[in-house]
Design a protein around this ligand. Structure first.
Ligand SMILES: *Cc1c(COP(=O)(O)O)cnc(C)c1O
Length: 394
């Protein structure tokens, strides 16, 4: 099935029992994708519930301060629930409802995707269960409370390192136990086909809007589009409608922790090797035996040892490039944007900002950089304060 691949990456590497569910999902998606009533319901929710289109904001003070290219911020942080995740979640939840599913399950790391999924389940009157690493339930107890408030049950996963990758594994297992009434709302452009394609399509509204907005504001395309990359959903969403515009440079920023030479960097494309995990062939951080390596960086949303297969393909084909950003660079960008523009970005998004801060001064004033501001940073304030040696109570 070549549609399941991006070059050599992607595929459907799952146990037989899940194949059936994936084929059902793929058939439903490719059918509803062109269904007028499905699309008009989704469009209505995106406008009136999510608050789309999100603004493309000219960061004037930041651009002047850096003294080079004009910087625009795509404000996904202004979406309901505070990040781009809701674009994908509403698409999948609506599809699940059309397929007659009664229950949504999802993995979550920091809790953003879990909160978005619990939100969609509440909105569409569906049951919801979230799987979250035990470590993360402690680090992000406020988000556990939010999910409960929205009516979802949160299961603490204790296997492995009790973090995001273990939560994904556990959710896949739970899906095999309840295929008939349950849909697994995957949170990024990863996992087996059709997830990477379907989630890319739901997130591609970001670049569709950027393109319209920048043509309106500047009468031309940007020179660079920058986004942070965990699994890669906000990045592919921001890149997609520019893939054919070869003059637009596409840059993904990975979480490098203490640096790509440090033991636990999450910069998959910088340090990873090709492998098969979580149903897909892609790049993964691995140890000397080919086991998935523990990863660590300041941003829970980028703390995943793999990357979506389309990014692996875009990197190897040279269409996009991927750069590592360290914790300290991201924290400085987080603080910088707060002070200069009055916008507190998600620490994930701060990785993309850090790259823009590096390159803008080297570019001329008639060049344009678009940074995808994937989410807002309220959730990160306590941990960044801790990073700076200040203890505040949440
Ligand atoms: C989850 C998350 C990310 C990382 O996920 P992608 O699939 O790589 O986009 C980035 N930013 C924010 C705000 C997130 O919540």
């Amino acid at each position: 099935m070549s549609e399941a691949y991006f070059g050599e990456f992607g595929g459907m590497f799952v146990p037989e029992i899940l194949m059936q569910a994936l084929i059902e999902l793929k058939d439903a998606y490719f059918c509803y994708k062109n269904d007028e009533s499905f699309n008009s319901q989704l469009k209505d929710l995106l406008q009136n519930y999510v608050n789309r289109p999100s603004p493309l904001y000219f960061a004037k003070a930041m651009s002047e301060n850096l003294g080079g290219a004009k910087i625009y911020l795509k404000r996904e942080d202004l979406n309901h629930t505070g990040s781009h995740k809701i674009n994908n979640v509403l698409g999948q939840a609506l599809l699940a409802k059309k397929m007659g599913k009664k229950r949504l399950i999802a993995e979550t790391g920091a809790g953003q995707h879990g909160v978005a999924t619990a939100t969609a389940a509440a909105l569409l009157n569906m049951d919801c269960e979230i799987f979250m690493g035990k470590e993360d339930t402690i680090r992000q107890s406020l988000n556990v409370y939010r999910m409960n408030l929205l009516g979802a049950k949160v299961n603490a996963v204790e296997s492995g390192t009790a973090t995001l990758k273990d939560a994904v594994s556990e959710t896949l297992k739970e899906w095999t136990r309840n295929i008939d009434n349950t849909h697994y709302v995957l949170g990024s452009v990863m996992g087996p086909h059709p997830f990477p394609t379907m989630i890319r399509d739901f997130q591609s509204i970001i670049s569709k809007e950027i393109k319209e907005q920048i043509l309106m504001l500047e009468g031309r395309l940007p020179d660079v589009v920058v986004a942070c990359v965990g699994g890669g959903s906000n990045a592919i969403g921001a890149f997609y409608h520019f893939l054919e515009d070869l003059e637009v440079e596409l840059v993904g920023c990975e979480g490098a922790g203490d640096g790509v030479d440090s033991p636990n960097s999450a910069a998959t494309l910088s340090v990873g090797k090709v492998g098969i995990f979580h149903g897909m062939k892609s790049y993964f951080c691995q140890d000397q035996y080919g086991q998935i390596a523990p990863v660590e960086c300041i941003s829970a949303g980028l703390d995943y040892p793999g990357i979506g297969p389309e990014h692996a393909f875009l990197r190897d084909s040279g269409r996009a490039k991927y750069v590592p950003i360290t914790d300290i660079q991201a924290v400085e960008a987080f603080e910088y944007l707060a002070k200069i523009e009055g916008i507190i970005p998600a620490i994930e998004s701060a990785h993309a900002l850090a790259y823009a801060i590096q390159i803008a001064p080297l570019m001329s004033k008639n060049h344009i950089i678009v940074v995808n501001l994937s989410g807002r940073g309220d959730k990160d304030c306590a941990s960044i304060a801790r990073y700076r040696g200040v203890n505040i109570y949440e």
